[in-house]
Write a protein that binds this ligand. Structure first.
Ligand code: TYM
Length: 340
């Protein structure tokens, strides 16, 4: 392990790690809350973007579907503008150090800390027939993902904030015992778009595991479906386009519109002053479909190029492997594992 290349040492740029579970079709929420920001951050950071398949099996998956979704997610990352020449794109299960570090960090994470995770509480309610220990220790695996690469910044939606706080706590605890082993990561969460809500119940997060396809926009669905779903999105009974407490449906559509146009809520209110929900929804639908047009055509091209997508997976896994080994061997040494 000593001759492992020193890729993790002193990166020239600050480092970013983030990932998406291949547990469903990737939605507009994933795009706005995560991928869109990942693309922008590539310019100034050294980025690792992962498809976190180990996380996905905390909920029962159909094997062939999981395999297909993993492949599609890599193609989608590239279609969205993640540049495999600039960023490391890889599949979590191709790099064994994630699971290995998770075991070690699990021994430095409290049962009580994990019990407080709201996502665990939500998911164990939703999947009450399968409350497995992976679901419970999931945040430890997520901490390992981030800490393995000494990431400075983790761009995510607001729902992941608690997991990043736990990651920081575990890293600080480990460092306080063994010295500066881990970089302490910061969440990167943009105010607008940090939580895109369901189109059928705008009090809830838009989710790729929602059984009702009308509740979400899939990044790769066709233009007409996007426009139709936004047209039918649940809104409140008054008809003023204004960002205000209690107007969850309109607030949500305004956030989507703002993320694609760069306009503030005030500017949007002015633009639609005197107009009704019909006009506004039509504009949001068109803008959203236009904003995803390039991604959709790129995806259609890339998904047919199996050799290219697999070559990205392979070279990404190779790079991630070396970087991850550097941290893992340091951790093993610190905790006292015998090395020959
Ligand atoms: P996942 O797969 O649920 O979601 C992937 C990313 O998309 C964001 N997101 C949203 N943002 C805004 N509005 C929404 N409706 C919405 N839905 C999802 C999520 O916040 C996330 O950034 N545990 C993570 C995956 C993960 C990870 C990591 C992330 C595993 N290891 C390490 C960062 C770093 C998850 O389940 O994300």
């Amino acid at each position: 392990m000593d001759e492992v290349k020193d890729l993790a040492a002193q990166p020239l740029k600050k480092r970013i790690f983030s990932g998406i579970q291949p547990s469903g079709i990737i939605t507009l929420g994933n795009y706005i809350g995560a991928i869109k920001n990942w693309v922008e951050l590539q310019r100034d950071y050294e980025c690792l973007y992962c498809v976190v398949d180990l996380h996905a099996i905390t909920v029962r998956q159909e094997p062939a579907e999981l395999r297909r979704r993993t492949f599609e997610a890599i193609a989608l990352y590239v279609a969205c503008g993640i540049d495999p020449e600039k960023s490391t794109i890889f599949v979590q299960s191709h790099v064994p150090a994630h699971a290995e570090l998770a075991w070690v960090l699990g021994c430095y994470t409290g049962f009580g800390e994990l019990s407080r995770m709201t996502q665990f509480k939500d998911k164990s309610q939703k999947h009450s027939d399968n409350i497995n220990s992976g679901l419970f220790t999931y945040p430890v695996l997520m901490a390992s993902d981030i800490l393995l690469y000494q990431a400075n910044l983790v761009p995510v939606g607001i729902d992941q904030k608690q997991h990043i706080e736990l990651t920081r706590d575990v890293a600080l605890r480990f460092n306080s015992v063994y010295g500066d082993v881990f970089t302490i990561p910061e969440p990167y969460i943009k105010e607008t778009g940090m939580k895109i809500n369901s189109l059928t119940d705008p009090t809830k997060k838009m989710s790729k595991s929602d059984p009702n396809p009308s509740s979400y926009i899939a990044v790769i669905e066709n233009r007409d479906d996007t426009i139709r779903k936004i047209k039918r999105a649940v809104t409140d009974s008054d008809s003023v386009i204004k960002h205000a407490p209690g107007k969850d449906g309109i607030n949500n559509l305004m956030s989507i519109y703002s993320c694609f146009t760069g306009k503030s809520f005030e500017e949007i209110e002015k633009e639609f002053a005197g107009k009704g929900y019909g006009d506004f929804k039509a504009a949001v639908g068109e803008t959203c479909a236009d904003g995803l047009e390039n991604v959709r055509s790129e995806y259609a091209r890339l998904i047919k190029d199996k050799a290219y997508i697999e070559s990205i997976m392979k070279s990404g896994a190779e790079k991630a492997f070396y970087m991850s080994r550097k941290t893992l061997s340091k951790v093993y040494k610190k905790v006292g594992f015998y090395h020959v």
